[in-house]
Design a protein around this ligand. Structure first.
Ligand SMILES: [Zn+2]
Length: 286
C-alpha cells in the first residue's frame, strides 16, 4: 500500500515509475479544497480522511453513497470521486510545487486562491491533472495572475515616467501614447492616436483602477470608442499595472463622450470622431 503522500506524488507523475519508495521523508502535506462554483477554499490535513469523515455533509452529498463503501486505502478512487461528483478541486502545495486535481471541465478559477496563497509567481511550478483523462498540464504560477501580459515592446519605463510627470507639461506631450487607439482624432496626430497631454489630463482627474494582483493603482493607457467591426464601435479602456506588468480591460464605462467631458481638460479633448478611417464628425467640445 502506498501512503497518501506517495499516492499524490505518483499521481503527479504518471508515466514515471513509482515502484521505488521515496528515500527522504516528505514535508508535511498542505492540502486545500476549492469549490469550483463559489471559489471558497479551505485546508485539510488529509483529503482522504477528510472525505471519509465528512461523507454525510452536504458538500459531499453527491459522493456519499460511494464514499460509504470505500476505505482509506482507496486513495485514488476517493480523489477521483470527490473531484468528479462534488465540484471540488484538490490542491497539493509543497514548497514551490503545486498540483491541482480536477475533473474534465471543472477546473476552478485558481486566480483568487493563488493570489491569497502567494502562489502567482514565476517561481512556482504548477501541475494540473485532469482526473477524468489523467492528462497533465504544466504551468507556472505567474500564469494565474489576473490581466494580460504586456507586449514585449511595451515600455513600462516610459509609461511610469510620463505618469510621474502628469502634473507638469513636457515638450513631447503632444506626441502619441504608443499603441493608443481611441476612435477619435487630435490635430497633429494620426487618426486614433491619443496625445500624452490628453492622457495626463485623465490621470489627473480620474479615480485609478486598482490592480487585481497587487492591490495598487493601475495607469490608464487607452480610452475611447474605436471601430471594432464594420457596424460597431465599442468602448476601449485599458490600464496597466507597472508592478506586475499586466494590462486590464475596463468594460464598466459605456458613456465615452461623458467620460471624456469629465476627465479631459477642454484643451486636450479630441477634435473629431473617426469612422471607417475618416474624420467624419467635428466634436463641439474640443
Ligand atoms: Zn499588479
Amino acid at each position: 500500500m502506498i501512503n497518501r503522500r506517495e499516492f499524490l506524488q505518483c499521481s503527479s507523475a504518471i508515466g514515471i515509475s513509482c515502484i521505488d519508495p521515496p528515500v527522504a521523508v516528505p514535508p508535511a502535506a498542505n492540502y486545500h479544497l476549492i469549490q469550483t462554483d463559489t471559489l471558497n477554499s479551505w485546508s485539510v490535513a488529509d483529503p482522504i480522511e477528510w472525505s471519509l469523515q465528512n461523507a454525510d455533509q452536504p458538500i459531499l452529498a453527491r459522493a456519499a453513497d460511494r464514499l460509504g463503501k470505500l476505505t482509506n486505502e482507496d486513495n485514488e478512487r476517493i480523489v477521483r470521486l470527490v473531484v468528479r461528483r462534488c465540484g471540488l478541486n484538490l490542491v497539493d502545495i509543497q514548497s514551490n510545487q503545486v498540483t491541482v486535481h480536477y475533473w474534465s471541465d471543472q477546473l476552478a478559477d485558481l486566480r483568487p486562491f493563488f493570489k491569497a496563497s502567494g502562489l502567482a509567481s514565476p517561481d512556482v511550478q504548477v501541475t494540473l491533472i485532469n482526473r477524468k483523462t489523467e492528462v497533465f498540464a504544466h504551468k507556472i504560477g505567474d500564469e494565474f495572475r489576473y490581466g494580460e501580459r504586456l507586449a514585449e515592446d511595451f515600455s513600462v519605463e516610459l509609461l511610469t515616467s510620463k505618469w510621474h510627470h502628469r502634473f507638469v507639461n513636457q515638450p513631447d506631450d503632444q506626441q502619441a501614447v504608443p499603441g493608443s487607439r481611441a476612435g477619435f482624432a487630435w490635430e497633429g496626430l494620426e487618426d486614433g492616436q491619443i496625445p500624452w497631454a490628453a492622457m495626463k489630463s485623465a490621470w489627473r482627474r480620474m479615480q485609478p483602477i486598482i490592480c487585481l494582483n497587487c492591490d495598487q493603482p493601475n495607469i490608464l493607457v487607452n480610452f475611447g470608442l474605436p471601430q471594432v467591426s464594420f457596424f460597431r464601435h465599442a468602448p476601449r479602456f485599458i490600464s496597466v499595472c507597472p508592478k506586475c506588468q499586466r494590462s486590464f480591460v475596463d468594460d464598466s464605462i459605456t458613456d465615452v463622450t461623458g467620460w471624456m467631458a469629465t476627465n479631459l481638460d477642454q484643451g486636450v479633448r479630441p477634435g473629431f470622431r473617426v469612422v471607417f478611417g475618416n474624420r467624419v464628425e467635428r466634436l463641439a467640445s474640443s
